[in-house]
Design a protein around this ligand. Structure first.
Ligand SMILES: Nc1ncnc2c1ncn2[C@@H]1O[C@H](COP(=O)(O)OP(=O)(O)O)[C@@H](O)[C@H]1O
Ligand SMILES: [Mg+2]
Length: 449
């Protein structure tokens, strides 16, 4: 298993924090090994008297970024080194963790789409990948390589598809054990049934991708960074995957065949149940006994089952086509399927929220807070269990880790990273320390192997 790197990023003091003093901080680099970080500040205690607090991490951090470091500096150190692996078809995952207002969205998505210094990590990655893909496309060949983008907000068991009008999708486990995010089953006007998957928008240039991203972001519940703002209560996930048009079409065909199977499968079950219910009657003692006046219409059941089997075979054949196509394109272009997953996590103030939060929260907000706490705890445990090569990785403990399971599994041989975003204000000392403690546990375990 590759190490799971932990980075620290201090943002600059915001205007409303300036009166509270600054956290003194010191990173202790250790040659090529991991750094420890120590923090200290005079803080207001509950009894209103000022008190001195300090804390020091173990050697667990790969690098500390200071206030003056731009998104580009972070990109160059954190994501750029893994891009060659992505161009070989590998996957890497990046998480931003910190309390609301600490700089997660600034880091992952960015607020300035014009300045190359400040593009968020996902846009900067897309730009680099697109340059590499365009070079391959210019070499000729019939496959046009591009980037498929998916973008959703996870909230409890639902994913809200930001590239499809915030359509709600649910976490479903397929017969193959894979986790899928699928919308409700919809019956269309022509009687066809559709089970909408998460939308993948195909982008053939950086401009395409940037446009899709911005459309999606408009649907994201953003706002001022307070505990009550919506975006702090969801995990926003952006997936970038190297694709071709043919591959996306083959995947659409699988979804289409699966949708066609839904009503046929349901009809077969209905026929079976109907025949069985007619074949038995309740006697005077309330027991079910064979109905002497009804002979099960086995031919009717068999016809329905045969039709179901035919539609199942169509799904299987579409899946086989997708997988054969993937392999044949990947032989020409090993970058196919290379993936980057960025997660702008929910505010870490919900993590272990027993010490503080909560007085002004509605019962619904409290319940959501507990769910986020479960998600963030599960994420830490999953990273630690993987790093220690434990046989059981607790993906099922939370919807977040279950949805990300395939990305974790796909990235076992490439680097992934957690970026801790921190406010340097003494007012945020407790939150900052909690974030560092979380990252410390991840960093210590993630680099044991
Ligand atoms: N490294 C940074 N440099 C400059 N400004 C930052 C930085 N990080 C965050 N900010 C600013 O701080 C505010 C809160 O950051 P944001 O990324 O929205 O926080 P979060 O997503 O963690 O709630 C935003 O106005 C953002 O522009
Ligand atoms: Mg945010």
């Amino acid at each position: 298993m590759q190490p799971f790197r932990v980075f620290v990023r201090w943002r600059s003091l915001s205007a409303d924090e300036s009166g509270y003093g600054e956290i003194q901080r010191k990173a202790e680099p250790n040659g090529a090994a991991l750094s420890s970080i120590s923090i200290a500040a005079m803080t207001d205690s509950k009894s209103r008297s000022r008190c001195y607090q300090s804390w020091r991490s173990q050697p667990s951090m790969t690098r500390v970024f200071e206030m003056s470091d731009t998104n580009k500096t972070v990109f160059d150190a954190v994501v750029a080194p893994v891009l060659p692996r992505v161009m070989q078809g590998k996957s890497s995952n990046f998480f931003a963790y910190g309390h609301s207002g600490s700089g997660k969205t600034h880091t992952i998505i960015g607020y300035d789409y014009e300045s190359p210094e400040e593009l968020g990590l996902c846009q900067a990655s897309a730009r680099h990948l697109m340059t590499d893909l365009n070079r391959l496309n210019a070499d000729g060949g019939s496959d046009q390589l591009g980037i498929g983008i998916r973008m959703y907000e996870l909230r409890k068991n639902s994913a809200f598809d930001l590239l499809n009008g915030r359509c709600e999708c649910f976490v479903r486990e397929g017969p193959d054990g894979q986790i899928h995010l699928r919308g409700k089953t919809e019956v269309l006007k022509d009687g066809k049934v559709r089970v909408r998957p998460l939308a993948t928008k195909a982008c053939w240039s950086f401009e395409d991708l940037s446009r899709e991203l911005q459309i999606g972001l408009k649907l994201r519940a953003t706002g001022s960074s307070t505990v009550h703002n919506q975006s702090s209560r969801t995990h926003a996930t952006i997936e970038l995957e190297i694709v071709t048009k043919d591959l996306l079409q083959a995947r659409d065909a699988v979804i289409e065949r699966q949708s066609e199977l839904v009503p046929v499968g349901k009809y077969a079950t209905d026929v079976y149940l109907e025949e069985q219910s007619r074949a038995f009657v309740q006697n005077d003692h309330g027991k079910f006994v064979p109905n002497p006046y009804y002979q099960v219409d086995q031919a009717r059941i068999d016809t329905a089952e045969a039709r179901k089997a035919e539609f199942e075979a169509r799904v299987k054949s579409a899946e086989e086509h997708e997988s054969t196509l993937f392999q044949s394109i990947a032989r020409r272009h090993p970058c196919l399927g290379g993936k980057l997953v960025f997660v702008d996590l929910a505010g870490s103030e919900y993590y272990d929220a027993k010490n503080g939060l909560g007085c002004n929260q509605t019962p619904q907000e409290k319940q959501e807070g507990r769910q986020i706490n479960t998600d963030l705890l599960a994420l830490k445990e999953v990273i630690r269990a993987r790093a220690q090569n434990l046989s059981r990785v607790p993906f099922r403990t939370s919807p977040l880790t279950l949805v990300l399971r395939q990305h974790f599994q796909a990235s076992s041989d490439s680097d992934s990273a957690l970026i801790l975003t921190l406010s340097p204000s003494a007012r945020e000392f407790a939150a900052t320390m909690n974030t560092l403690k979380y990252g410390n546990l991840v960093g210590v375990a993630g680099n044991d192997a």
